[in-house]
Design a protein around this ligand. Structure first.
Ligand code: G1P
Length: 273
């Protein structure tokens, strides 16, 4: 059973400056609600019971967002407003499920995940990158179904244009499995077009084994001086740990870039037309 999710949130969000000079990118509104709430809702709907948010000391305001009780209580005392009441109830629901862990320096997803080591209870957990919104179909839920079927690690996959491979983690495919799933034989972080093993990209949903912590503990820094989760996954694959790629059917919205972020509100507003 997958009961816990890790969401790394310590990144600087430089691709979204100037918006992120004060506000963490995960709290920026997307069609009227912070991007992070879409991710939390996806996890909850997928059956996740505990969500570990990895924040940096500079992004403490994310914690404040969930622990702003006196503010809500004061307002609700002054006026009975059903909408605000419901918003507060929603925050309280999230609050019950989330735990905070600090990553002091934003030195990569691998290092972020390692900070949650002590809190992970089961053999497998979910990791979600908050920049990657997937709408129309709950990707985490589908991946948990795939995990139950193959009893192994699972990563989300999307076919990308070959000229963009250096933006993503890229899979090397061993063979096709049933339906939209395939067996992964390697994964390379941001390869050049020439060296790219395919045009199937990693999108930010991972079901990872607890044994990844052992790899992360001994991992060396990768390109850009960061500890990439992709490198720890590679190490597991070369130890014969099974990883399945799942080509999800929802629509991907890249909220980590300015154009993608702007477009995400447009796309999500269409859902309510
Ligand atoms: C991260 C991962 C990369 C993945 C991408 C998906 O990269 O390292 O493997 O393809 O997310 O959004 P980043 O967006 O942090 O550069």
């Amino acid at each position: 059973m997958i009961r816990q999710a890790i969401i790394p949130l310590a990144g600087l969000g430089t691709r979204l400056l100037p918006l992120t000079s004060i506000i963490p990118k995960e709290l920026l509104p997307i069609n009227g609600k912070p991007g992070l709430e879409y991710i939390l809702d996806e996890c909850i709907e997928a059956g996740i019971k505990e969500i570990i948010l990895i924040v940096s000391p500079k992004k403490k305001i994310i914690k404040k967002y969930f622990f702003n009780d006196s503010f809500y209580k004061k307002i609700l005392k002054k006026k009975k407003d059903k909408r605000i009441e419901n918003e507060y109830k929603k925050i309280l629901k999230y609050k019950k499920m989330i735990k905070f862990v600090y990553q002091n320096n934003p030195i990569g997803t691998g290092d972020a995940v390692l900070q949650a080591k002590k809190l992970i209870k089961d053999k497998f957990f979910l990791m979600v990158l908050a920049d990657d919104l997937i709408i129309n179909k709950n990707c985490s839920k589908s991946m948990i179904t795939v995990h139950k079927k193959y009893k192994c690690s699972v990563m989300a996959s999307m076919t990308v244009k070959r000229k963009t491979v250096s933006r993503w983690g890229i899979y090397k495919i061993n063979r096709k499995l049933y339906s939209s799933n395939f067996l992964i034989s390697d994964v390379v972080e941001k390869p050049s077009i020439k060296n790219s093993p395919s045009n199937k990209a990693v999108i930010g949903r991972y079901i990872l084994p607890k044994s990844i912590f052992k790899k992360l503990e001994i991992q060396k820094k990768g390109p850009g001086g960061e500890f990439h989760i992709t490198d720890a996954i590679r190490a597991l694959i070369s130890d014969d740990h099974k990883f399945v790629g799942h080509t999800f059917s929802g629509k991907y919205l890249d909220c980590g870039t300015m154009n993608g972020y702007i477009n995400s509100s447009v796309e999500i507003s269409k859902l309510f037309d």
